[in-house]
Design a protein around this ligand. Structure first.
Ligand code: ADP
Ligand code: MG
Length: 345
């Protein structure tokens, strides 16, 4: 195992810079998720760590070694991709052991490592099967087995669950987390799915347009998003952002007045859907759509021309067209600058 130190890393394709000087310190044994919208540079960064893309600036170190100029095979990493391309004519065992065979590891040692990985992944009964006789989840496990047998310093995952159906994705997510708890191998996991990032990782790196918006534990990001982008990207349904005024040490939202910081001007008051509470003197909001899921009631509303989402952990018989009154829970309000979108408090 090893730590991974990413320092001032930059990447251009031709004249276009797509990664703009990123810094991430990944501790030995840590599970870090890179998350952000499609095209923000997650795969590019991961491929630079893997050695599959040249680096245009900065350094990447794995353990004490700067690896910028090392080929992938010498970096002691193993990568799992979204399309895991197993060899169709090789058995599960042969697929899992292939990289070791190429590296001329003795056969008995290959067998031992393949058996051990198969045990960890519940694939022992399938070692002689061909990939076409496996389910999607089993194939994905074989792809992980290929990485595990190499016992690398670092696992790199690029959206490995994206091709699986929703139920299997959640199951495999749990398996990957268990696997990490067991092996404790330093892991960098790329996903565009914030729930996947939040549920799997010790720390999450939120990226946008080749920049880091924020790095933190899942709950740090949820409770203290540094700007509007992180606030609305993390959490589902998204945080509501309501136009408010800052004046005289107060935040003014409709008839509501909350203690606020100094300063004056337009702000956005961020409030998560579960932090809007029914209250008699709350803000009047018109119910548009109600979605009962059994465990909770999700309500889509309009307030002064703005869309608002509220989630209740109990059941309500709201009807479309009716007006209900909701107030932000004071301890859970976020304030963002109206111009810059940066967090004010
Ligand atoms: P993500 O994995 O976050 O979806 P990528 O890392 O694949 O994003 O891409 C980041 C940016 O780099 C995108 O704007 C993409 O179009 C661009 N890009 C990726 N690969 C290449 C390439 N080989 N040549 C030119 N531009 C590329
Ligand atoms: Mg990608």
């Amino acid at each position: 195992m090893a730590n991974v130190t990413i320092k001032d890393i930059a990447k251009s394709y031709g004249a276009v810079e797509v990664i703009h000087g990123l810094n991430i310190d990944i501790a030995d044994g840590e599970f870090v998720a890179l998350v952000g919208p499609s095209g923000c540079g997650k795969s590019t960064l991961l491929r630079m760590i893997a050695g599959l893309e040249p680096i245009n600036g900065g350094t990447i170190a794995i353990g004490d070694r700067v690896v910028n100029n090392l080929p992938p095979a010498e970096r002691d990493i193993a990568m799992v991709f979204q399309t895991y391309a197993l060899y169709p004519h090789k058995s599960v065992a042969e697929n899992m052991g292939f990289a070791l065979k190429v590296a001329k590891v003795p056969k008995a040692e290959i067998d031992r490592r393949v058996r051990q990985a198969a045990e960890i992944l519940s694939l022992t009964d399938y070692l002689d099967r061909k990939p076409r006789h496996l389910s999607g989840g089993q194939r994905q496990r074989v792809a992980m087995g290929r990485a595990i047998v190499r016992d690398p310093q670092v696992f790199l995952f690029d959206e490995p669950l994206s091709n699986l159906d929703a139920k299997l994705r959640i199951q495999m997510r749990t398996e990957i987390k268990e696997l990490h708890q067991r092996l404790k191998t330093t892991t960098v996991f790329v996903t565009h799915d914030q729930i996947e990032a939040m549920t799997l990782a010790d720390r999450v790196v939120v990226m946008q347009s080749g920049r880091i918006e924020q790095i933190g534990t899942p709950l740090e990001l949820y409770d203290h998003p540094r700007n509007e982008f992180v606030a609305t990207f993390i959490g589902a349904p998204s945080m509501n952002l309501l136009a408010a005024e800052l004046a005289g040490g107060e935040v003014r939202l409709g008839a509501h007045r909350f203690p606020g910081p100094a300063g004056a001007g337009g702000v956005k008051l961020g409030i998560r859907p579960e932090h809007l509470l029914l209250s008699e003197d709350g803000l009047p909001m018109e119910v548009k759509v109600v979605e009962p899921t059994g465990s909770e009631t999700m309500v889509f509303l309009r307030y002064e021309g703005q869309d608002v989402t509220a989630v209740f952990r109990d059941r309500h018989a709201f009807r479309s067209g009716e007006t209900i009154r909701l107030s932000p829970a004071p301890a859970h309000m976020h304030l963002f600058d109206g111009q810059t979108g940066q967090r004010v408090v």
